[in-house]
Design a protein. Structure first.
Length: 310
C-alpha cells in the first residue's frame, strides 16, 4: 500500500568495495578469455593484440554490467513521496546522495573513454583500477546510506495522525493506548529517536495510521536531527495532528511549540497527558480522556481532505 517507488527503498542494493569490483571483473576476464578461440593461422603479434583487446573488453563489460545493475535498482529520488524525500535529506543528504550516485555511474564512462586507445590489458587494468579506486569515498557513502534507506518507515497510503509534543510528555505511551503498538517508553527525554508507527481501526473496517514522533523542543532554528524527523512527519505526513501537552512541565515552552504546530494549518487536537499526577489545573484546554480523544481523531479524519503522504 505504500507509494510504489518508496517500497523500492527496502530493496536498495549494497555496493561492493573497489577491490571487490576489480576482482570480480578479473574473474570474468579469466573465465571469458579462455573461451575465445584464436585462429591458428594468425600471426603471433595479431594473436597477442586480439588477446589483449578481449581482456580489456571483458573487464570493462563486467564493470559496466555491475554498475548499471546497481544504478537501475536504486529508486529515483525525485519520484519518492515528499515525506521520504525529506526524511532522506535529513538523515543522509539528497545532494550528497546524488553526487555519489553520479560519481559511481561515471566510472563506466571514464573507463570507456580510454579503453580503445590502450594497447595492453596491463596498462588498461592500471588505469581502470585507479578510476574505480578514486570512487571509493562515494562507494562507501552509498553503502552506508543503504542501511538508513532500508529502515526508513514506509507509510501506508492511509489517513495519518501525527503525535507531536515536547520530549517525555507521553507520546509513545499514547501511541500504545491508541493502537497497541509496542515501542520503548522511558522516564527520560528523547527516548524515541525515530518514528514509531501503529494503526487503528474505525467504523468497523477502516484503518488510519498513527505516527509517534521524537520529542521536539520549540527551537526550529537549532533543531537536531531527531527533531527534524519529527517535523518531517508533522509537515509531510500528517493529516491530523495530536499535540500532547504535559501539565507537569513548563507551560511557556509548550505553548511556543503548539504555535509552531498550529502554523501548519492542519486539523489539530490537544491531548493533556499525566492528569493523574498534575498538581495544578492546566492553563490550556484539551482532551484528557483517551476514548474521547479517539472519537475526536476519527471525527477529524473523516473531515480531513485526502491523504497527505502520497
Ligand atoms: N503518571 C503518568 N505518567 C505518564 C503518562 N503518560 C506517560 N507517562 C510516563 O512518562 C514517561 C515518558 O513517556 P513516553 O511515552 O516515553 O514519552 P514520550 O513523549 O514518548 O518521550 P520521548 O520519546 O522521549 O519524546 C514514562 O515514564 C511514562 O510512563 C500519564 O498519563 N501519567
Ligand atoms: Mg517517545
Amino acid at each position: 500500500m505504500a507509494n510504489i517507488v518508496d517500497k523500492a527503498l527496502e530493496k536498495v542494493p549494497g555496493i561492493e568495495k573497489p577491490q571487490t569490483i576489480i576482482d570480480n571483473a578479473l574473474q570474468r576476464v579469466n573465465a571469458g578469455s579462455k573461451k575465445i578461440p584464436l585462429r591458428k593461422d594468425l600471426p603471433l603479434a595479431d594473436k597477442k593484440r586480439k588477446n589483449e583487446f578481449t581482456q580489456i573488453k571483458l573487464f570493462s563489460e563486467a564493470v559496466n554490467d555491475y554498475i548499471e545493475k546497481y544504478i537501475s535498482q536504486f529508486p529515483t529520488i525525485s519520484m519518492l513521496s515528499p515525506f521520504s524525500q525529506e526524511l532522506i535529506d535529513t538523515m543522509i543528504g539528497i545532494d550528497k546522495l546524488k553526487v555519489s550516485l553520479a560519481q559511481v555511474r561515471s566510472i563506466t564512462k571514464r573507463i570507456n573513454s580510454f579503453k580503445r586507445d590502450t594497447k595492453t590489458f596491463g596498462t588498461f587494468l592500471g588505469r581502470a583500477s585507479s578510476v574505480i579506486n578514486k570512487a571509493k569515498p562515494h562507494l562507501s557513502f552509498l553503502h552506508q546510506a543503504r542501511r538508513t534507506l532500508r529502515k526508513l518507515p514506509l507509510l501506508k497510503t492511509l489517513p495519518t495522525v501525527c503525535l507531536f509534543g515536547f520530549p517525555n510528555v507521553g507520546k509513545t505511551t499514547l501511541l500504545a493506548a491508541l493502537t497497541g503498538a509496542k515501542a520503548e517508553i522511558a522516564a527520560y527525554e528523547f527516548t524515541t529517536k525515530y518514528l514509531n508507527l501503529g494503526t487503528m481501526t474505525y467504523d468497523g473496517y477502516k484503518v488510519l495510521q498513527c505516527i509517534d514522533t521524537p520529542g521536539t523542543l520549540a527551537r526550529p532554528d537549532k533543531m537536531n536531527q531527531i527533531e527534524k524527523i519529527a517535523y518531517t512527519a508533522l509537515n509531510k505526513a500528517a493529516d491530523v495532528i495530536v499535540f500532547i501537552y504535559d501539565p507537569t512541565r513548563d507551560d511557556e515552552e509548550q505553548q511556543r511549540l503548539l504555535t509552531i504546530a498550529k502554523a501548519t494549518k492542519k486539523p489539530l487536537l490537544i491531548y493533556i497527558s499525566k492528569t493523574d499526577i498534575a498538581k495544578k489545573p492546566t492553563t490550556i484546554e484539551g482532551i484528557t480522556d483517551k476514548e474521547k480523544l479517539k472519537e475526536a481523531i476519527i471525527n477529524e479524519i473523516k473531515k480531513a481532505p485526502p491523504i497527505t503522504n502520497l
